[in-house]
Design a protein around this ligand. Structure first.
Ligand SMILES: [Cu+2]
Length: 211
């Protein structure tokens, strides 16, 4: 199997506050830009006669430079977040889990002393612990997406990509396939159950060894 060590996605910790920060900033700026443009469009449409295009150089420079500066700042900021938070490996993981996508389920393997334990679509994680996920696909390209964790990574056949998750709160979260992978793509859903270490150990012990 072709392992790509350069492709590391870390969500340490989840939900990742810096990824959320960039996301909500971009959403906020988009709403503000939409509002400003719509107000100007409506104002112009109601004018009789319509105003002629301004040829004032200062105005032209302002409306070109402002979006350029904002977009450039977003590019730099996103790049820093991507490099420092998403594409960097955290400290030694507390547990390692192998996940492979297959039309139309997520096979989740927990390695153990008496062989792997396999669950379908249910990813249990102990809260506060760093979980290493080795992600691949058995057939076509799938998209491993946990929206509330701000984690999204393609699962590609023949390649293993490493992700790190460190969930900071207990609860249930959705795993969604974000790649159109076949006619039942919509049904390719799983869930993450984040629980205490004791509950996690009890749950894992109750699972039958699989393949
Ligand atoms: Cu899929």
């Amino acid at each position: 199997m072709n392992v790509l060590p350069g492709l590391i996605q870390s969500a340490n910790a989840t939900p990742n506050p810096s990824v959320s920060g960039t996301l909500w900033t971009i959403v906020g700026l988009s709403i503000a830009a939409f509002a400003v443009v719509e107000v100007l469009v409506v104002r112009q449409a109601l004018r009789h006669p319509p105003a002629q295009p301004s040829r004032r150089r200062a105005i032209e420079i302002a409306w070109l430079a402002t979006p350029a500066v904002i977009l450039l700042a977003l590019v730099v900021w996103s790049g820093v977040v991507l490099g420092s938070d998403v594409r960097s490996a955290p400290a030694k993981p507390d547990l390692t889990i192998a996940i492979d996508g297959r039309m139309f389920v997520w096979n989740i393997h927990y390695p153990g002393p008496t062989g792997d334990k396999l669950t379908l679509n249910q990813l249990h994680l102990p809260v506060g612990k760093v979980a290493r996920i080795d992600l691949t696909s058995d057939d076509v390209v799938h998209g491993f997406w946990i929206p509330q964790f701000r984690v999204k990574q393609k699962a590609t056949p023949g390649q293993t990509v490493t992700l790190y998750l460190q969930p900071m709160q207990t609860g249930d979260f959705n795993i969604v396939c974000a790649e159109l992978c076949g006619n039942s793509h919509y049904a390719m859903r799983g869930f993450v159950h984040v629980e205490s270490q004791e509950d996690f150990d009890r749950w894992l012990a109750s699972q039958e060894p699989g393949t």
